[in-house]
Write a protein that binds this ligand. Structure first.
Ligand code: ATP
Ligand code: MN
Ligand code: MN
Length: 355
């Protein structure tokens, strides 16, 4: 490696959270391929392999320009043999034969279809695949299938929920929530988090944080808000989870789970729209095609103001950024970061040994 190589390499730090990533991805031809392989690996239960592809894709996403040579690739962190081979293939041929093969696989296509249903994870999708189910029609027509309420709603609103949510739609929903929240508790603070807070123009859902400047005032607010929206016919599905912070809190817990313990609801809103954008429904003539509403996934999360900064950071994403930030905190700073707090593991050890 020349001195120039060393300088270039140092421009791309190893942890995802240390990298600035442009909103528009200049390397999607590569990252799409790597993300396909990541999905395929996770469908096979190989989480480690799946993460390796995500890591490589994340590095390419952060580049200000399109990768053009294999030499540039050799200077980047985060690339294993397999990811390198895929990128090289695309550089040479314009596509990856391996990725093409994967996307043709019946199992890949079916798992992708099923895991795109709200409420369906890898395990369920795989079980259905093993049982010979292949399409949404198969699921809808199956007599013996036991669907959860969440999956039922996910299946029922599949088409809407797999249509991107625009920034304007997200703002509308945030405003709806804000108005109702203010009617119960003036001063409630509503924040749009998730991809929209990162500046994305569209997303798969709307992530909303709810807090109040006075600690404790936020308690019980969410059920009132949901109840009110529901009585107005604006909620198609919701599952209210109470705050479980105190049950779950264990300062020496080594749990790496991404789940937090806030009061929350992962819901589906019924959003009034003038007409379907692009009028996707128009190709058939079912009554559905003229419907003036759209089902939208909304995550509502309530946080006490004392934990709000951590919740905001944790719910802004991306998923990989959060994973990397937590890995960085742990490995480089010996601190634990989650959506509730940031603390020094050494001090906690001392506190535990003294108590
Ligand atoms: P998209 O546009 O696809 O919605 P996004 O970045 O907003 O992209 P989400 O899945 O909505 O993706 O998640 C937003 C962030 O919220 C994630 O980065 C994650 O850190 C956090 N998050 C999502 N689900 C949970 C959960 N169950 N518990 C804790 N944090 C979560
Ligand atoms: Mn989101
Ligand atoms: Mn979300």
């Amino acid at each position: 490696h020349s001195d120039v190589d060393v300088v270039v390499a140092s421009l791309v730090p190893a942890y995802g959270c240390q990298r600035r990533t442009p909103l528009t991805n200049k390397n999607c031809i590569f990252t799409d391929a790597l993300e396909t392989l990541s999905k395929e690996a996770s469908f096979c239960g190989s989480d480690g392999r799946s993460l390796a592809f995500i890591r490589a894709a994340s590095v390419l996403r952060s580049l200000p320009s399109t990768l053009t040579t294999i030499e540039e690739l050799n200077r980047l962190p985060g690339f294993g043999e397999h990811s390198k081979r895929v990128v090289q293939e695309i550089l040479e041929d314009g596509f990856s034969a391996e990725v093409e093969r994967v996307t043709q696989k019946e199992k890949y296509q079916t798992m992708k279809l099923f895991t795109n249903i709200f409420g369906v994870g890898m395990k369920t999708a795989n079980r259905w695949y093993q049982e010979g189910l292949r399409s949404l029609g198969d699921l809808r027509n199956s007599q013996k299938l036991k669907l959860s309420k969440q999956q039922e709603a996910g299946l029922q609103h599949y088409e809407d929920l797999n249509m991107p949510v625009s920034r304007a739609e997200a703002d509308l929903i945030a405003k709806m929530v804000e108005e109702v929240a203010h009617s119960f508790l003036p001063g409630t603070i509503i924040t749009l988090a998730g991809g929209f807070r990162r500046g994305k123009l569209s997303g798969h859902d709307v992530d909303i944080l709810i807090t109040h400047a006075q600690e404790g005032r936020e308690e019980g607010l969410l059920s009132k808000v949901i109840g009110q929206l529901q009585s107005q016919g604006l909620i198609l599905y919701h599952d209210l989870k109470r705050n479980s912070y105190h049950d779950a809190f264990s300062p020496d817990s080594k749990s790496t789970s991404n789940m937090d313990h806030f009061e929350r609801s992962f819901s589906i809103f019924r959003l009034k729209v003038a007409s379907h954008i692009g009028d996707i429904g128009a190709r058939d003539h079912s009554p559905e095609s003229s419907k003036d509403w759209k089902a939208v996934r909304v995550d509502l999360v309530v946080t006490p103001i004392s934990q709000y900064p951590y919740a905001l950071l944790g719910w802004t994403g991306s998923k990989h950024f959060e994973r990397e930030l937590r890995r960085f905190s742990c490995n480089e700073k010996k601190m634990v970061l989650n959506s509730h707090a940031l603390y020094d593991t050494v001090e906690v050890q001392v506190a535990i040994s003294q108590s």
